[in-house]
Design a protein around this ligand. Structure first.
Ligand code: FNR
Length: 372
């Protein structure tokens, strides 16, 4: 049965509620990660290794969480991370996310593999005529012409920023998905099924399965930049090391998004929180030159605040929003945003700050992660 939404007090409760209503395929797709889920579990647990250093006896009555994210004046320092196939969880799918982002005036990153069209989502934002903004997440296709067409379409629809996903030359090995597909194939009497990321021998050649470009390199970014033009910022999503953060910054990219794709691509890659610390240590100048975004395993307002203390501009939430919409549609998405916002506000007051601009690295203790 469905859990009454009033009984959901945090994002974990929304996840439990979603698990009860999702199909097996939907639950597998949203909750799974690659290989042994090491990165996914690391994402979830690393936040707890950082502690706060609160200051007391400060007047914290009035709190502002406003900030500028890729040119958008956002009410809150977090956003809906791009995730594909929201209609696996709810018939309205991504429309629920657009409504939520609009109502609370936060950004929503629409996936290339969205199950509602970019046109419908752009129209939905216009209809709502509230706040919020749409970013377009680009998966680079094998054919340059198709990629160019995607970029032109996002631009024409008025998307405010382009997030280019750079961690997906092939799709990671997500066994929970595969197990489900294998079971379906067996049930349908098919002898075999091919995984999206598998290399399949075709005559002499090995063809990399999966619809994405596995030749994408730093040089290709130039033509994507040119195709996107000057309609808004470009942000590289999926940076996982200080070296690549520095490379992006040296090449003139002003926005980077640290992410291990929710642990769904390379497994055993560190959490973006650790990457954030690595950048602080080896190339701190990146924070002066770039807006830095992070995601992965963030489940609390306090997690957002920890990332912000360490120099991130905002944090993305992936799975929590998929769970929220699966369990309760738009109402669930609104509730999830409200929860994170409330937690964030309370945590700011308890930490002794009233504005995001006051956040500093000394407000957190990172010793446990530094030692590693
Ligand atoms: C994703 N993610 C993702 N990223 C991307 O660039 N394009 C995409 O289409 C998708 N699709 C997608 C589907 C699902 C079901 C999940 C869970 C994730 C990755 C996503 O943007 C983000 O990096 C992670 O979800 C963040 O981790 P959490 O918040 O889910 O722990």
């Amino acid at each position: 049965g469905t859990t009454p939404i009033a009984l959901c007090l945090n994002l974990h409760d929304l996840e439990s509620a979603a698990k009860k209503v999702l199909t097996k395929r939907g639950w597998s797709y949203y909750s799974s990660a690659s290989d042994d889920l090491l990165s996914h579990h690391g994402n979830l647990s690393d936040w707890s290794r950082i502690t706060f250093r609160p200051r007391v006896l400060r007047n914290v009555k009035a709190v502002s969480m406003k900030c500028n994210l890729l040119g958008h004046q956002s009410n809150l320092p977090f956003f809906i991370a791009p995730a594909a196939l929201a209609r696996l969880g709810h018939p309205d799918g991504e429309i629920c996310l657009a409504r939520g982002a609009s109502r609370f005036n936060i950004p929503y990153g629409v996936s290339t593999a969205s199950s509602v069209s970019a046109e419908d989502l752009a129209a939905c934002m216009q209809e709502q005529a509230a706040g919020g903004c749409l970013w377009f997440q680009l998966y680079v296709k094998k054919k340059e012409s198709e990629t160019r067409a995607l970029i032109r379409r996002a631009r024409a629809l008025g998307f405010k920023a382009l997030l280019i996903t750079v961690d997906t030359p092939v799709v990671g090995k997500r066994e929970e998905d595969d197990r489900h597909k294998a079971e379906e194939a067996l049930a349908a009497g098919e002898a075999t099924f091919a995984r999206l990321g598998d290399n399949v021998a075709l005559g002499e050649d090995f063809v990399l399965r999966g619809p994405f470009s596995s030749t994408l390199d730093w040089n290709d970014l130039a033509w994507m930049k040119e195709e996107w033009g000057d309609v808004g910022p470009i942000c590289l999503k999926g940076i996982a090391t200080a070296e690549d953060a520095k490379m992006a910054s040296d090449l003139g990219f002003e926005n980077i998004y640290l992410s291990n794709h929710g642990g769904r691509q390379l497994d055993s890659v560190s959490s973006s929180l650790r990457t954030l610390l690595e950048i602080r240590k080896f190339c701190p100048e990146v924070f002066d030159r770039c807006q830095v975004f992070v995601d992965g395993g963030c489940r609390r307002g306090s997690d957002v605040l920890k990332a912000l203390c360490l120099g991130a501009k905002a944090v993305g939430f992936g799975r929590p929003f998929m769970y929220a919409l699966s369990a309760y549609g738009t109402e669930g998405v609104l509730k999830a945003i409200q929860m994170i916002s409330d937690e964030l506000e309370t945590t700011m007051r308890l930490l002794g700050v009233t504005d995001l601009s006051q956040l500093r690295p000394h407000m957190v203790n990172t010793r446990e992660l530094d030692a590693l």
